[in-house]
Design a protein around this ligand. Structure first.
Ligand code: HEC
Length: 129
């Protein structure tokens, strides 16, 4: 009985530690997990060769003005959004693309999970250079 209670306490402490580690990771973003999340983007986006798929290449996306990849037929909404892609604007866009850029033709529902977004942005930072 006493041992069982100790085990529960130990599990609780472990859970706390893992929970804190999870929070710290969400702030920074885990590019390894982000790579898994980014698999969903690859159907429509090239990351580093500049090739157009259904969507524009995301090569060099961080720091780029929205709607500025040469040779891609963007929606007017994206071209006129006035957005520059940073980790913060990417997070807001990926949370709900059609809310952040009303009229975008990116047919993607968005990533509701904040950690998924932080992780995919961390991965994009590496993979789109
Ligand atoms: C079903 C296809 C599809 C999927 C899946 C998709 N996108 Fe897109 N994406 C598009 C299209 C199409 C556009 C162009 C939107 C426009 O012109 O309004 C776009 C535009 C973008 C832009 C703006 C690029 C620029 O040059 O301004 C970013 C950033 C972006 N997508 C990121 C992502 C990420 C990250 C994912 C995965 C989490 C993703 N997209 C998933 C089709 C998709």
């Amino acid at each position: 009985m006493k041992i069982a209670r100790l085990q529960i306490a130990a599990l609780g402490a472990l859970g706390l530690v893992l929970g804190l580690a999870g929070t710290a990771m969400a702030a920074d973003g885990d590019p390894v997990h982000g790579r898994t999340v980014a698999a969903r983007c690859l159907a429509c986006h090239d990351l580093n060769t500049g090739a157009t798929r259904l969507g524009p290449s995301l090569k060099g996306v961080i720091g780029r003005k929205a709607g500025s990849m040469p040779g891609y037929a963007y929606s007017e909404a994206m071209k006129n959004s006035g957005v520059t892609w940073t980790p913060d604007t990417l997070d807001a866009y990926l949370k709900s693309p059609t809310t952040y850029v009303k009229g975008t033709k990116m047919a993607f529902a968005g990533l509701p999970d904040a950690k998924d977004r932080a992780d995919v942005v961390a991965y994009l930072g590496q993979a789109t250079k």
